[in-house]
Design a protein. Sequence first.
Length: 115
Amino acid sequence: MTDAADGATEQSLAYDYELDAPPEKVWRALTVPAFRDHWLQPAPAGAVAEVVEAVPPSRLKWSWREADAPADLVTFTLRPSRTGGTLLRLVHERGAGRASTPVAANSNGPLAMAA
């Protein structure tokens, strides 16, 4: 079942964040490898991420595959907040046949400001 308002399904997790940095800066944190590697956890050995959609600076979607598992989709949606920051929505959709709950990629705290 899909919630049309936010893109979340029964096989997904959705996270909402309000960040102080403007969308352009958050976009850089997600797309510039040095910033991304600092902000998000390193990929596990054997994991492959591929950009499948990029609409700067508002939407980024990755296909994420670990080992022989079906690919997951990770979507970042960025919108300006009223205070000049960013409303960030992260939706992690599990690949077909995946039973376990995904773990958030960002456990490092709000380091988007460093970008």
